[in-house]
Ligand binder design. Structure first.
Ligand SMILES: NC(=O)c1ccc[n+]([C@@H]2O[C@H](COP(=O)([O-])OP(=O)(O)OC[C@H]3O[C@@H](n4cnc5c(N)ncnc54)[C@H](O)[C@@H]3O)[C@@H](O)[C@H]2O)c1
Ligand SMILES: O=C(O)C(=O)C[C@]1(C(=O)O)C=C[C@@H](O)C=C1
Length: 367
């Protein structure tokens, strides 16, 4: 399709949406706006946008689709600004914010003015931020929540999905309230747990500096998201306050319960607690991205000698297989270590397995 797409907020998500739209609609003109000139310049030089505008109003008035991709409190302000602008008659305004109730409420004056606003939230991302981390495939297989109100025509929802088809995401319609309740449980509250574990470790570190040096795989896995953009998360916690307060109360009760089992040395209940959690966690869908990101991991048993990683990555580079993540786990002296390589697709994982097996004697495993 042809048209002008304004992306306001050229970070990880705005940049990835721009790339995904361009992938499916190469004739569309991607226009970028950001409060940071540096992000705007970078987006232009990386080819994420075709044109940069220095004023939101200027870009908005020329746009057929407006994607608001700033942190959620900023998105509210952008929605207030839009009400005073003369927009194109068929413009669709959407956002990518991690919360929906306050944003959709803020868009009501726009809807009353006759413009179309469809709340959106692509449920995939990363702890990285900024346009340099943007990828066209970020949302592939992820759920993309849309929250159209009753004011919105079905044909406009179809038109928006058509614009966004390059994301290769699965669209799901929810009410804003439903969205915020679910996102609170599986995305927002886990974030506070990750951050609080890091704070706890930091406090213990003051007593013993070995704490951070010994922080191993489990701690790093569960706290990865604590490295995310604090501004984005501050705004999410301001927006989804009511749901999060309920989650804090339920979590405190949960901690009291398991604390009692531990204090009582109740081995049966402690076992059951972990067993039930494992069963539910193992039953989560693994091949679709969602709040739980999926990885196509390949484990390689490698001897513990310098240069082994570059040896393996060298073979993969030669075969033009891209690795999305690489990590050594469980290395101890004198024994084999395990290298975990992550890929974007099952096809890449299988090609990597064959490539490593063809070039080395190392054992590979898919778990
Ligand atoms: N990071 C994730 O995993 C993720 C996933 C899904 C949705 N989201 C949502 O996407 C939005 C963007 O998050 P991100 O991860 O891309 O953040 P980011 O920090 O990578 O990018 C945000 C960009 O918005 C710009 N910005 C800030 N205020 C602005 C304003 N008033 N006008 C225009 N630009 C402005 C910043 O300069 C920055 O370039 C947030 O609302 C977030 O809740 C994030
Ligand atoms: O994978 C991560 O790093 C994320 O935090 C992504 C994540 C999530 O909680 O799953 C974060 C916020 C978004 O609104 C959607 C996705």
């Amino acid at each position: 399709m042809r048209g002008n797409i304004l992306i306001a907020g050229l970070g990880l998500i705005g940049g990835s949406i721009a790339l995904a739209i361009k992938r499916a609609h190469p004739n569309a003109t991607m226009i970028g706006y950001d409060v940071s000139d540096e992000s705007l310049r970078l987006a232009r030089s990386l080819g994420v946008i075709d044109e940069a505008v220095s004023s939101f109003a200027h870009g908005a008035c020329e746009a057929d689709v407006i994607v608001l991709a700033a942190p959620v409190v900023q998105t509210e302000q952008l929605l207030r600004d839009l009400v005073h602008l003369s927009l194109r008659p068929n413009v669709i305004v959407t956002d990518v914010g991690s919360t929906k109730e306050r944003i959709v409420k803020q868009a009501l004056p726009l809807l009353e003015k006759g413009a179309t606003f469809i709340g959106g939230h692509p449920m995939a991302g990363s702890h990285k931020s900024g346009v340099a981390a943007a990828r066209a495939h970020l949302f592939e297989n992820a759920f993309y929540i849309l929250t159209p109100t009753e004011h919105v025509k079905e044909e406009d929802v179809i038109r928006l999905k058509h614009w966004l088809e390059g994301t290769k995401a699965h669209f799901v319609t929810l009410t804003p309230k439903e969205h915020d309740r679910i996102a609170g449980v599986i995305s927002h509250f886990p974030h506070i747990i990750a951050a609080s574990l890091v704070h706890q470790a930091q406090q213990y570190e003051r007593e013993d500096e070995l704490v951070s040096r010994l922080a191993a795989g489990g701690f790093r896995d569960i706290t990865r998201i604590a490295s995310s953009n604090p501004e984005m998360w501050r705004d999410i916690f301001i927006h989804n306050k009511e749901e999060l307060l309920q989650l804090f109360d339920r979590w405190i009760e949960e901690m009291k319960k398991i604390r009692t089992y531990v204090a009582d040395g109740d081995s049966e209940r402690i076992y059951q607690y972990f067993h039930e959690a494992k069963q539910f966690r193992d039953g989560l869908p693994v091949r679709t991205k969602g709040a739980i990101p999926s990885f196509y991991d390949l484990y390689v048993d490698v001897p513990d000698y310098p240069g082994v990683i570059s040896e393996i990555t060298g073979y993969l580079a030669k075969a033009r297989i891209s690795i999305t993540n690489i990590r050594i786990i469980e290395t101890r002296e004198d024994i084999y270590g395990v290298l975990r390589l992550s890929f974007q697709t099952e096809d890449d994982r299988q090609r990597a397995k064959h490539c490593i097996e063809a070039n080395t004697n190392y054992e590979t495993h898919v778990v």
